[in-house]
Design a protein around this ligand. Structure first.
Ligand code: G4P
Length: 295
């Protein structure tokens, strides 16, 4: 995945979504439950304007359930309904049509009051690449509809997909761009696999991952790699590299002279993290823009 988001591309993506907004009743904003802020498009409010919105925290199977609850409360406080789902297995995906109807209840009640037979609620899924849009569409449709890995700027004939009897979805999702300006956001997206290693260096991503995990999820890291000493200061780069070397030694990533192959160790750490082998991990909590040490 190496989508280049040039300014012209963003403008086109924005226009494409705004064209689709005219066709729908509700936007379904898909975020990664492990990094709800970093996986959020910086202009989403501007793009979706006043369209009713449901926030869906996807990949909740990989996220820390307690922090997911905090995020749901946070979004509710922001005035948005929110559900947490796992699109891969379908857990709680069935809540989406019901929530959408709940959000649109006034509109539906007005239609009924006018003697109209309310039609199915029409929705559009929007989100950054790799957040799981195609997986969710396929899951809601109950069959393989959306080609995964679709590219922004590619238009094709649009179709409505029936989700039960009460909801219809546009078959092509709205593809939004991630935030670029903040380096931490880039690393967090890379840790979750949303940005591939071709863009950021694998050792750098793993370094960031170990630093965050050593601070917040030390027991998980310690147990997985049988580590001994928690770094006393996660801001101390040398201590973090020592933990990475320890992991490399435990996993047999050695080069000549007994030196640790950090790149190989980094690959293992990232694969384990992304596959949930370190447990359910969330990398950001609401209201925490504090330095690592003070969280
Ligand atoms: P996109 O359309 O937004 O670009 O994302 P897409 O559906 O292609 O999903 C990106 C990756 O995230 C896929 O994995 C997909 O299986 C995975 N995924 C989507 N939803 C969930 C979820 O709720 N939980 C988990 N654990 N994973 C999810 P991939 O490695 O790219 O492909 P594959 O291994 O599934 O073939």
């Amino acid at each position: 995945m190496a989508i280049q988001w040039f300014p012209g591309h963003m403008t086109r993506a924005k226009r494409q979504i705004q064209d689709k907004l005219k066709l729908i009743d509700i936007a379904i904003e898909l975020l990664d439950a492990r990094v709800p802020l970093s996986s959020r498009n910086p202009m989403v409010d501007d793009i979706l304007q006043n369209k009713p919105r449901l926030i869906v925290l996807n990949k909740s199977d990989l996220a820390d359930p307690k922090t997911t609850e905090k995020w749901m409360a946070y979004f509710a406080h922001e005035g948005h309904e929110c559900v947490a789902v796992d699109s891969q297995t379908g857990t709680r995906v069935g809540d989406i049509p019901a929530k959408a109807k709940e959000i649109l209840h006034e509109k539906i009640a007005k239609q009924i009051a006018k003697g109209m037979n309310p039609r199915a609620v029409r929705g559009l899924i929007v989100g950054i690449p790799n957040v799981g849009k195609s997986t969710l569409i396929n899951r809601l449709a109950g069959r393989n509809i959306a080609a995964t890995g679709d590219k922004p700027g590619v238009t094709k004939g649009q179709q409505w997909i029936k989700v039960g009897t009460e909801m219809e979805l546009l078959d092509t999702p709205g593809i939004l761009w991630p935030k670029f300006e903040d380096q931490l956001v880039g690393y967090r997206l890379a840790m979750t696999g949303a940005i591939r290693e071709q863009i950021l260096n694998v050792d750098d991503i793993a370094f960031f991952a170990v630093r965050e995990l050593a601070d917040r999820y030390w027991p998980a890291l310690q147990e997985r790699y049988e580590l001994e000493k928690q770094p006393s200061d996660p801001e101390d780069s040398e201590e973090i590299v020592r933990v990475m070397e320890d992991i490399g030694r435990k996993r047999g990533c050695l080069m000549g002279g007994g030196r640790v192959d950090l790149e190989k160790a980094s690959g293992i750490i990232l694969r384990d993290l992304r596959a949930g082998k370190l447990g359910r991990i969330t990398l950001e909590a609401p209201y925490d823009d504090m330095p690592v040490r003070e969280r």
